[in-house]
Design a protein around this ligand. Structure first.
Ligand code: ATP
Length: 379
């Protein structure tokens, strides 16, 4: 698929912008702070309904404006769709598809698929486990948009359960039968949605592992082998061949683990079992990447995770749009060239760079300059 047209209204630094795009490589070049990333961030937002840079939507609205609107014309196997998202801080976003309102924005997730590489990706390797869980859940949603609902249900149940545990912990005495009965109900909700999320993540990690290993060895052939593991809060309860376990098999195991952890949970006032406590383990040779890998190795691992995500989505039958935001400046010549070779065949590659020399020659294509809020086509 590719984005044929991007239109912005009050998004970040842009009062308005209209940009026609084509398949193949497009490079946005310009000095720092001119609005290059803002453009690709808008495209990423249409795909994921979230920014790759900020956790809340408020910074996406142009200073002083009441809301932002992003429109993307998407072409998928010769079919065109116009996706529109209105970003309303503090209220729910609104979505339109081909100019008709959609009841919930979530329903148009998956209409545009992107894989975005950015300097922030280093946090996938060096950051907290939450970064890696988010990577997995975003990829699950890109593959099967209904997981946005599963994740939202899980978060809602977790929040309510935590509130109950917190208030029980605050009272510092044994909780009454009513609290325990309510907790039983939350346990079974948490186990059911949690098991669905866990089953999907385990399957995803199994699919992703070989692709990450392949991408890493292509990017950094002289370094050790990259592999993935998944550490679940179910620990030893996980069945053998966990990637084949389904929700119905995992839910009772999670309920059992919750029962066992209950005393501790009541003392600490937090949920200690469930996919929100799990960890995607990145391994380089015999060592964990986090804390051991060099800066360059960490970068290669982060890129390998994104490339693997690209391969996985592409295997579903359609290339996602590849976005490379300011990544070449971070890489040495060899890695630049190898990354360029790996991404060049994609249907559409959008690149931002401060200077054209940062972009390897293998990735020639259309070019825009971005300066003083103006986006101008150069070739
Ligand atoms: N909500 C907003 N309202 C107005 N301007 C904003 C808003 N958010 C960001 N900006 C401005 O957008 C500019 C940053 O744009 P962007 O991050 O796209 O830069 P860039 O061209 O990618 O730069 P670099 O090469 O440094 O990464 C900054 O000048 C910033 O002040």
């Amino acid at each position: 698929m590719h984005v044929a047209h991007l239109s912005l209204q009050d998004f970040r630094s842009y009062a308005t912008a209209e940009i026609a795009l084509a398949p193949g490589v497009t490079v946005f070049v310009g000095p720092n702070g001119q609005g290059k990333t803002n453009l690709v961030e808008a495209i990423g937002y249409v795909a994921a309904h979230a920014s790759h840079r900020v956790a809340t939507d408020a910074p996406l609205i142009r200073q002083g404006a009441p809301r932002a609107i992003v429109r993307a014309g998407v072409v998928r196997e010769d079919r065109r769709a116009l996706i529109e998202l209105e970003i309303n801080p503090g209220k729910s976003n609104r979505a339109r598809l081909n100019r008709s309102p959609v009841p919930r924005p979530r329903e148009i997730l998956g209409m545009l698929r992107t894989v975005l590489f950015a300097p922030e990706d280093l946090a996938l390797v060096k950051g907290d486990p939450g970064e890696r869980r988010r990577f997995l859940d975003e990829l699950l949603t890109a593959r099967a948009p209904r997981f946005a609902g599963v994740r939202a249900d899980y978060d809602r149940v977790l929040k309510q359960r935590n509130a109950l545990l917190k208030s029980a912990a605050a009272h510092r005495r044994a909780p009454g039968p009513e609290v325990l009965a309510t907790l039983d109900v939350w346990d079974s909700h948490l186990a059911r949605t949690g098991a669905e999320l866990l089953a999907a993540r385990l399957g995803l990690v199994a699919d992703l592992g070989p692709l990450v290993a392949k991408a890493y060895s292509a990017l950094a052939p002289s370094s050790g082998a990259a592999s993935l593991g998944y550490r679940s809060s179910l620990g030893e309860r996980l069945p053998a061949g966990p990637e084949r376990a389904g929700r119905d098999e995992l839910a009772p195991l999670m309920e059992e683990a919750l029962r066992e952890a209950r005393k501790q949970e009541l003392e600490r006032g937090v949920s200690l079992v469930g996919p929100h406590r799990d960890e995607l383990v990145l391994q380089l040779g015999e060592m964990p990447a986090r804390g051991y890998a060099s800066h360059g190795e960490s970068w290669s691992f982060a890129l390998a995770l994104r490339l693997a995500a690209f391969e996985l989505l592409r295997a579903d039958g359609d290339d996602p749009v590849l976005i490379l935001d300011d990544v070449f400046a971070e890489l040495d010549t060899g890695r630049r060239r190898r990354l360029a070779e790996l991404v060049a065949p994609a249907e559409q590659v959008l690149i931002t760079a401060a200077v054209p020399e940062d972009v390897p020659a293998e990735l020639s294509g259309a070019s825009f300059t971005v300066e003083d809020g103006e986006v101008k086509r150069e070739r």
